[in-house]
Design a protein around this ligand. Structure first.
Ligand code: GLC
Length: 587
């Protein structure tokens, strides 16, 4: 989708086709833009009229869909690496988190948990007691997420390949022979996820992992990426190549079409198969699926991370506009690899990246095989203490994150928003792309350059409070702000009430942790949402919704919907530096 913001007004254009599109927005400055669609098939074109940015995104997400509420655990901190290759290493990793009291909810297993990289297998050599490991992790508050790539090893000894062959599940060359590409397992075949029967087959195969206690699935390489084929179609090619030059053919309805006609749907349909398979296996649960590839509407099935970045400050910096674009395209649950994937991070970059990453909707530390380790403790005690403190802030804010996901469902508003979302008339705000709003109440302005300890922060009109120390700032101008490694680069809008919970080690402890409603400013309003964080009960009304108000020194909570029996916990509010216990909070 192309979204245009012009003096506070917005419009959008959406060319709905999974074929290659080339958009040239006047790159040669000739005063004309062009759109080229390389397809022989039909397309739909949508025009979202001049209105506000929130209205355009509301309409676009009405068309393409919104994220279901994620399981609460998936909003916690996730630790990943390519790879944690043995059971002992994984157990020790989880142990370190708890020993050091660094909050974490999820351990992610990259390709080395498999046997010979074959999908739906576990290496018994490296993970002899995989099921016990997963269940011990769960007892300790950790969820296990495993990677699942689309490539199936072409080997008569592989059960998934044999089944796929019987079903004629794999994509074929134009002459009808099996298409074979190179990915992690070596010579591999690709299931044709355009076919509903193949999606069902694949979704059911997930049982292999789900029955072993795996909590979430990470779909990767699903563009699909093939080694030696970085750029399957030259964007300058000008026209759609013949079918026999489109990598392979896919089945669309009754027709066989060249892959490039539907390429952008490949990751989407694989992820859909995953989400639907998980939903069949665990019907009343919220699912967590993560994907690298997708198309408009991917938010209905998965969170999206932006692939292989590098441990550079430039990539930390650019993650902000990139995630804002993805967010405005409807994908509310998004993030990038904290610390950077390729290359090697260092103490300063890792701490600075956590300062930003704790505010990504999807918060995962992940790095590649050949880089140096980047777990929160990898760079000594000062960095570790900073990251611990930052992750505590993330967990404190989880009730706010949850409320924002609820609002995304209601209105389509993403969690990460450009400043112009809330300040459309402010010409300076429209230019700022190294800051963002997290929902209506938090403005995030991190350090994005090496060696800096301070930066210019633009605060739009109104009063703002620094999250860490309540210092007040007057908006409508830039401020020079200093951040040490442990400070949260966040400003709270005057007039907001934030529900803060914790401290906890993982989200399993969150429901009973005390909640403080922090009121900012003399008059403030807020919202607090409660549900079980795990089931689809919220769709049946099993939730509580509270409207909060602080005025003339009085705090008030009005329940507008009561449908969930929440466990007992302590509630208080905090205004002007004073904390007051709320005695008779109805649960
Ligand atoms: C791809 C993914 C990366 C993963 C690697 C190995 O590069 O983007 O996150 O670690 O494959 O599976």
């Amino acid at each position: 989708m192309l979204l245009v913001l012009n003096h506070g007004k917005a419009y959008g254009l959406f060319l709905d086709s999974p074929a290659a599109q080339v958009w040239d927005l006047d790159s040669e400055r000739k005063g004309s833009a062009s759109v080229q669609l390389l397809s022989r098939r039909g397309f739909s074109f949508y025009w979202f009229e001049y209105s506000s940015l929130p209205e355009v995104v509301a309409a676009f997400t009405t068309l393409t869909g919104r994220c279901p509420l994620p399981p609460r655990w998936s909003l916690g901190h996730q630790q990943s690496r390519w790879s944690y290759p043995t059971e002992t290493i994984v157990r020790n990793l989880a142990g370190e988190f708890r020993k050091r009291r660094i909050p974490c909810d999820t351990i992610v297993l990259d390709i080395d948990y498999m046997d010979d990289y074959r999908v739906f297998t576990v290496s018994r050599q490296r993970f002899p007691l995989f099921e016990d490991m997963v269940s011990d992790l769960a007892k300790n508050g950790f969820h296990t997420v495993t990677i699942v790539d689309p490539g199936v090893k072409r080997s008569a000894r592989d059960g998934v390949f044999r089944e796929g062959q019987k079903l004629k599940a794999f994509c074929c060359n134009a002459d009808g022979s099996l298409f074979v590409g190179q990915v992690w397992p070596g010579a591999s075949c690709l299931p044709d996820f355009m076919r509903p029967d193949i999606r069902d087959w694949w979704g059911d195969k997930l049982e292999f992992l789900l029955s072993r206690g795996v909590a979430g699935i990470w779909n990767d390489m699903n563009e699909p990426a093939l080694f030696g084929n970085q750029r399957p179609l030259d964007p300058k090619c000008g026209e759609l190549p013949k079918n026999n030059r489109q990598l392979f053919l896919q089945q669309v309805d009754q027709e066989r079409v060249g892959h490039f006609e539907v390429r952008n749907a490949y990751g989407q349909q694989m992820t859909r198969a995953t989400y639907e398979g998980m939903s069949r296996a665990r019907p009343d649960q919220r699912q967590f699926v993560l994907t690298r590839s997708g198309y408009a509407g991917i938010q209905r099935y998965a969170a999206v991370w932006l692939g292989d970045n590098i441990s550079w400050f430039e990539h930390l910096r650019v993650s902000i506009p990139m995630l804002l674009n993805v967010s405005l395209s409807g994908v509310a649950f998004c993030g990038v690899d904290i610390g950077g994937f390729g290359g090697s991070t260092d103490a300063e970059l890792l701490a600075r990246w956590y300062q930003l990453g704790i505010f990504y909707p999807f918060c995962r530390n992940h790095c590649a095989l050949d880089g140096r380790p980047q777990e929160p403790w990898a760079f000594g005690s000062e960095t570790e203490a900073a990251i611990l403190r930052l992750l505590q802030v993330r967990y404190q804010l989880l009730p706010y994150f949850e409320r924002l996901f609820v609002e995304h469902r209601e209105t389509g508003a993403p969690l990460m928003r450009p400043l112009a979302w809330h300040h459309p008339e402010d010409q300076t705000a429209a230019q700022v792309d190294d800051q963002f709003m997290l929902g209506p109440d938090l403005l995030i302005a991190p350090i994005v350059q090496r060696g800096r300890t301070r930066r210019a922060v633009y605060l739009p009109k109104g009063d703002w409070f620094r999250f860490d120390n309540d210092t007040m700032f007057v908006g409508g101008r830039f401020h020079d702000v200093e951040y040490d490694l442990a400070s949260a680069p966040a400003f709270v809008r005057s007039g907001a009430i934030l529900p803060l919970a914790g401290p906890v080690q993982h989200t399993g402890e969150l429901e009973r942790a005390p909640v403080v409603f922090r009121c900012f400013g003399k008059r403030a309003e807020g919202r607090y949402w409660q549900d079980d964080g795990a089931s689809l009960g919220y769709q049946r009304g099993e939730y509580n919704n509270w409207l909060l108000k602080f005025e003339r020194g009085r705090f008030e909570a009005r329940c507008t919907h009561q449908g969930y029996n929440a466990p007992n916990r302590k509630y208080s509010y905090d205004a002007n530096g004073q904390r007051v216990r709320l005695k008779n909070w109805p649960h």
